[in-house]
Design a protein around this ligand. Structure first.
Ligand code: 5AD
Ligand code: FES
Length: 368
């Protein structure tokens, strides 16, 4: 059995990117060892994507959802949620704020809907955001599973990145997290369409889920690699007491530290394996530790998604319990974020799209 140092010293070489090595890294328990892993991932981040952190202001524009995922607080069966949809002008004013504050990009996300009114509403909103920013604001969208046609329409309206988490790359595991009419194959097919249309494609999983093994997590990492993704957004699973999956994860309070470290270890491993993709340090990390998102950056992530949803709607978008930043408005969030990013000596990529070098490289090759 090789030691941690032996593995980390060679991990820059392609031959060392093996499932066994990643399983070993994900299972590290000693805090000193885990810090060595983070340091290595940080070094690889500097080498392949640089030291900048890019902001994507996220607007959670509606919590109405036609799906019923067992883990998610805004699933359609949860009656303890006040459902809302932002008005177009509210979304535009959030986007304008992001633009004026030099955020390079915005992310629009919501529960899943596929009715005609919604499709048109999003299409129109995308075009308006492009207009108000002279085409300068980058737009990422995350509206779940849609038809090829819809994905295409939204792409043509101005969105150029799409986030659709696979949630787990193991189809059997997927079945345990979703009702019988939610299909792994369907989700995979959607990801293929998104890529095919030309979006920068982002996916991700939840980490530390009930029924998940360390081998599943290793497979998730290799799924990202094989699918050749451009962006990654993943975070620890957090219990929402109003959901069926909560009963599969007892004593969550006692296991928070473990969840948090596992989340960070996955980010570090993803950076080591995928090298030049964009990786988000997600809010779910911050929900577990006050400085969780900065730690994500130190463990290899390079993207932060500050919440710019109007204050009065944040309470109702709780995918999991104790979501942070529900009481801080966008201005406060920004100041506190700047301090935090400078605190770890990273620069902010103001006004830049900050596309993943991976995507740029692929396109360069395709254009030759
Ligand atoms: N804990 C952590 N992440 C969650 N998500 C949904 N519910 C939870 C939860 N309880 C994540 C899913 C989804 C994304 C929008 O939020 O991965 O794709
Ligand atoms: Fe809305 Fe899963 S509950 S997509």
């Amino acid at each position: 059995m090789r030691t941690l140092n032996q593995i980390l010293n060679k991990i820059d070489s392609e031959d060392e990117l093996t499932k066994d090595n990643f399983k070993f890294l994900l299972q590290l328990k000693n805090r000193g060892d885990i810090d060595l892993l983070f340091r290595k991932a940080y070094e690889i981040k500097q080498k392949y994507v640089g030291n900048k952190t890019y902001f994507r202001g996220i607007v959670e524009l509606s919590n109405i959802c036609r799906k019923d995922c067992y883990y998610c607080g805004i699933r359609r069966s949860n009656k303890n949620v006040n459902r809302f949809v932002l008005k177009e002008e509210q979304i535009l004013s959030a986007a304008k704020w992001a633009y004026e504050n030099n955020y390079g990009s915005v992310v629009l996300q919501s529960g899943e809907r596929n009715d005609k009114a919604f499709i048109e509403f999003i299409e129109k909103t995308l075009m308006e955001i492009k207009k108000l920013s002279d085409g300068e604001l980058g737009i990422t969208i995350s509206f779940g599973e849609q038809s090829y046609d819809t994905y295409k329409r939204w792409f043509e309206a101005g969105a150029h990145r799409y986030l659709l988490r696979i949630e787990t790359s193991n189809p059997e595991h997927y079945k345990k997290l979703h009702p019988p009419d939610h299909f792994f194959e369907e989700r995979l097919n959607c990801l293929k369409m998104i890529k095919d249309i030309g979006y920068q494609t982002g996916t991700g999983v939840m980490i530390g889920l009930p029924f998940q093994t360390v081998d599943d997590l290793v497979s998730d990492l290799f799924f990202f690699k094989e699918f050749d993704i451009d962006m990654l957004g993943m975070g620890p699973y957090l219990v929402n007491e109003d959901t069926p999956l909560a009963k599969e994860f007892l004593n969550f309070e006692e296991k928070k530290d473990e969840q948090y470290l596992l989340g960070l270890k996955m980010i570090a491993c993803a950076r080591i394996l995928l090298r030049d993709v964009n990786i988000a340090s997600t809010t779910a990390l911050q929900a577990l530790k006050y400085s969780g998102r900065e730690m994500g950056l130190l463990a290899g992530a390079n993207i932060i998604m500050p919440n710019i949803t109007p204050m009065e709607y944040r309470e109702a978008y709780q995918l999991y319990d104790n979501k942070p930043c529900i009481d801080d408005d966008a201005e406060l969030c920004l100041d506190c974020l700047k301090q935090r990013i400078y605190g770890i000596e990273s620069e902010i990529g103001y006004g830049e799209w900050g596309d993943s070098p991976h995507f740029k490289k692929k396109n360069l090759i395709n254009n030759i």
